[in-house]
Write a protein that binds this ligand. Structure first.
Ligand SMILES: [Zn+2]
Length: 490
């Protein structure tokens, strides 16, 4: 490493809260509380909002006050620096001091991803010279969006990643193996690797689809934690478990990222590796490391020092109570480059208040994402289907690596063809899959009402098709919409 790089990293490390923790309680919660204490020392407004000169013990109430205080600060900041928000809030006559409670947030208009995609520069709050990194999102379910991070934004993300990795048990001697296949639409591997380097953790990127190469890297690098695309980690597990004794690796945790983790996948992976299998949630718009699951496996703990989450009814925009699914909405509380207020994620999830069965007492959780609002497809008389739904019934069948579903229409009936990638003996497999699919109301009900045909299973030999990320497993070939030319009347 060049001397200048070493100096830069040394300076950066001094700013990281995650490297100055006492190691009491959970690393992530301690880190979040550390950030709240820093703000209390720094900000007179925050002390006034709490109404005390001493912070003392941090409870849920102080955490919420901190979030609302940061929300007001960000609101003032974007009103001064972002053309988009300036215009939006001026028209409404809304002021930061109008936001005192969680319910007050409903007064603030939502930010639509389409606006960000259309005019990213109207969101930018700093001069271009202060932008350290610009990211373009994958755009698998919509238009690409461009996000700008300043140096402090990047350091903050590094800090969050470091705190999250320490909270799952990673230490200085372990290596994190970063496993995002090159075919996935976007590669967060390099950002993660850089974050580990700054935070003093070892990391190795391995994007190979070759199982032996992945296992070889684990041996050579002393990999103790893995992070990667969920369906990719699952595939490597199923292909490797007959050939290698995976439990002998002494893996500490496997973090499944960028795609939902079904319980069926979790069970299979846990029994193969003998370690905790955790789901992680993050989006480029919110700095990538937004939430991570704990061992209690009842929701993902959010980085509530940097993000404020809400769940709303997408039709009315009203807040929904805990454990009621709706659209997840996030506000970035510390971002400087492209700070977003009440940003619609299009992800379906729900909130869970503290405490948790793990050792977290103040930090809230979000439920596992149940699907993308725009990735859901309807069959029959409106049964919603989405990729994870079929995971639960198809993946427990021995040898099933993955599947692709093609939707077509025959007359008024929907026709579902599952192309299932199977490793091993195909005898009786089709019958078992069909039986499993029939356990789903989403299949059984429209079938009984003659609105869909009996699902068709086609077996595909393992390894004969290229790996595809989860977002692409349902292909809808039904002509549900007019062609754009016809719609214009030309
Ligand atoms: Zn927990």
């Amino acid at each position: 490493m060049a001397l200048l790089d070493r100096v830069k990293i040394a300076i950066a490390r001094r700013k990281l809260t995650s490297l100055h923790m006492k190691g009491e309680g959970n690393a992530l919660e301690e880190w979040i509380q550390g950030k709240i204490r820093k703000e209390f020392e720094r900000s007179k407004e925050f002390r006034q909002a709490i109404g005390r000169d001493e912070l003392g013990e941090i409870t849920r109430r102080e955490l919420r006050e901190y979030q609302l205080h940061r929300f007001r600060q960000q609101m003032a900041y974007v009103m001064e620096n972002s053309y988009y928000y300036q215009k939006k809030f001026k028209d409404l006559g809304l002021r930061p001091e109008d936001i005192r409670t969680y319910d007050d947030l409903e007064k603030v208009p939502l930010t639509d991803p389409a606006d960000l995609a259309a005019e990213p520069l109207t969101f930018l709050c700093v001069s271009q010279s202060k932008v350290m990194r610009a990211f373009t999102t994958s755009g698998t379910t919509g238009t690409r969006k461009r996000l700008f991070y300043t140096q402090d934004d990047v350091l903050n993300i590094v800090d969050a990643i470091s705190a999250a990795l320490r909270s799952v048990g990673m230490s200085g001697e372990d290596t994190l193996q970063i496993m995002f296949p090159a075919v996935s639409a976007w590669d967060p591997g390099l950002m993660l690797e850089g974050a580990c380097k700054v935070a003093g953790l070892r990391a190795k990127v391995c994007s190979s689809v070759d199982v032996d190469e992945q296992i070889g890297t684990m041996r050579a690098e002393n990999t103790k934690v893995m992070i990667g695309l969920t369906s990719f980690l699952y595939r490597i597990t199923v292909l490797a478990r007959d050939k290698y004794d995976l439990r002998s690796f002494g893996m500490k945790a496997i973090i499944c990222s960028a795609e939902p983790l079904s319980e069926a996948m979790r069970r299979e992976m846990r029994s193969a590796w003998g370690c905790k299998i955790l789901s992680q949630y993050g989006m480029t718009e919110m700095g990538l490391a937004t939430a991570i699951e704990c061992e209690a496996a009842d929701g993902l703990h959010m980085d509530e020092a940097d993000y404020l989450a809400e769940v709303i009814d997408p039709q009315t925009g009203k807040h929904l109570p805990d454990r009621t699914p709706g659209e997840l909405v996030f506000t970035s509380l510390s971002m400087q480059g492209t700070p977003l207020l009440r940003y619609r994620t299009r992800d379906v999830s729900f909130l869970i208040g503290p405490p948790c069965n793990c050792d977290f007492i103040t930090v809230g959780r979000m439920g596992k994402v149940q699907g993308r609002m725009d990735a859901q497809t309807k069959i029959g008389y409106g049964q919603k289907i989405y990729p994870v739904l079929f995971d639960e019934v198809l993946l427990p069948i021995p040898g099933v690596l993955g599947y692709r579903l093609v939707l077509e229409r025959e007359g008024y009936r929907d026709k579902l063809t599952f192309h299932v990638e199977l490793k091993g003996d195909p005898a009786g497999a089709k019958e078992r899959m069909l039986e499993a699919l029939m356990q789903l109301d989403e299949i059984k009900e429209p079938l009984e009402n003659d609105l869909i045909l009996e699902p068709i299973i086609e077996l595909v030999e393992a390894g004969s098709v290229a790996f595809a990320p989860k977002s692409k497993v349902i292909e809808d070939r039904r002509a549900n919409y007019d062609a754009p030319a016809a719609a214009k009347g030309s």
